[in-house]
Design a protein around this ligand. Structure first.
Ligand SMILES: [Zn+2]
Length: 70
């Protein structure tokens, strides 16, 4: 099983195992958006759970290059 959470998940004082601090500025909002996958015997990734409700505004495409994942 693999799970990816929003980069604004939790709060700075939390020790989220899926999210490490990328900056000294606290940009987290406690967002609970995530997607969870199961990988079957053939290596196929299957979405088993997800929550697409972010509790914050999303970045515009013109600012995506500023995100830590990019
Ligand atoms: Zn979010």
């Amino acid at each position: 099983m693999h799970q990816f959470c929003c980069w604004k998940a939790g709060f700075k004082q939390d020790k989220c195992q899926y999210h490490k601090d990328h900056t000294n500025v606290d940009v987290r909002t406690g967002c609970k958006a995530f997607v969870q996958f199961h990988i079957d015997e053939d290596g196929k990734w299957i979405v088993t759970r997800h929550d697409t409700e972010h509790n914050h505004a999303l970045h515009s495409p013109s600012k995506q290059h500023l995100l830590p994942s990019h």
